[in-house]
Design a protein around this ligand. Structure first.
Ligand SMILES: [Zn+2]
Length: 295
């Protein structure tokens, strides 16, 4: 599942490539036909992310709110000008793929027929975006979208975020901190990788009850996720290792083999202490940790 950094990159892509344009909106698959009809021809005013949710703000108090879930993805295509408009470069991960097409470099936009179950297709002046397989795709008013956003915890990628609700949730909960970090109502945008890696980097046992963490540790955990997720936005990959723990491997080449401390490294030696990395399910997702470094 794409974690928050991918969705923030998607929002940036939409803002760069479509904002200010009247978009042709359709639902080739048909499951969003009424919503698409209501949006067709509207100007996209802004694109925002909060956690793993994407908010596309259209003129006329209309918001397309979506969540990719486990299987969803956006794909993009268009002219050279469309590609050049994107500040994130060629998207390359699930949730931000870019399709090749046969449009000549300086030619007019030619939009290919939709392939597969395209829930929503947006077509602008220079390019298009297709959404397939989302877990959520709804048309709402701004007030409805704001209410949905208010049900989410603070987003570490939001420069204006107030971490207090996150800190308070930890302080009062007996649930394992490893579960709280994945609860989108507690903190929004952290998925399985940021969870495992931020807990490792702060030396926190994922099984520790939230309330057992002192305030300073909880604040450090927040700051750690802010830093790791910002790196994720910048690189388009999740790279959490410090240079000292991947000698000779620069940041750009760290992913995938040198990118993580514990995520996906079951049984491999901890990069810091050599203890085999442990793994166990926690609320249906595999949790990874170092039993020595995280106590
Ligand atoms: Zn270790």
């Amino acid at each position: 599942m794409p974690e928050g950094h991918s969705v923030h990159r998607l929002a940036r892509q939409f803002a760069d490539c479509f904002a200010g344009q009247a978009l042709a909106v359709s639902s080739p698959q048909g499951r969003f036909a009424a919503g698409a009809a209501a949006l067709d021809g509207a100007v996209l005013e802004d694109a925002r992310a909060h956690g793993k949710q994407l908010f596309l703000d259209f003129a006329g108090d209309r918001v397309l709110r979506s969540h990719l879930g486990l299987y969803g993805a956006w794909s993009f295509g268009g002219t050279e000008r469309f590609r050049g408009a994107s500040s994130i470069g060629a998207p390359r991960r699930i949730g931000e793929r870019e399709d090749d097409d046969d449009t000549p470099a300086d030619g007019p936009l030619s939009v290919p027929p939709p392939v597969g179950a395209v829930r929503v297709r947006l077509v602008g002046e220079e390019g298009w975006a297709d959404l397939r397989g989302p877990s959520l795709c709804v048309l709402e008013t701004r007030a409805e979208a704001d209410a949905a956003r208010a049900r989410l915890g603070p987003d570490p990628l939001d420069p204006a975020a107030d971490p207090e609700p996150f800190l308070a949730a930890l302080a009062r909960s007996r649930r394992p901190v490893g579960a709280l970090l994945m609860d989108q109502a507690v903190v929004a945008g952290i998925g399985n990788i940021f969870r495992a890696e931020s807990l490792f980097r702060r030396g926190v046992d994922p099984a520790a009850p939230g309330r057992s963490l002192d305030r300073a540790t909880a604040e450090e955990l927040w700051a750690e996720n802010v830093a790791l997720m910002r790196t994720g936005v910048r690189l388009g990959r999740i790279v959490t290792t410090d240079p000292v723990d991947r000698p000779g491997i620069p940041e750009e080449r760290a992913w995938p083999d040198h990118a993580h401390y514990v995520y996906g490294r079951t049984g491999l030696p901890c990069r810091r202490c050599g203890t085999p990395v442990a793994a166990a399910p926690l609320e249906a997702r595999t949790l990874y940790w170092c039993p020595t470094c995280q106590r």
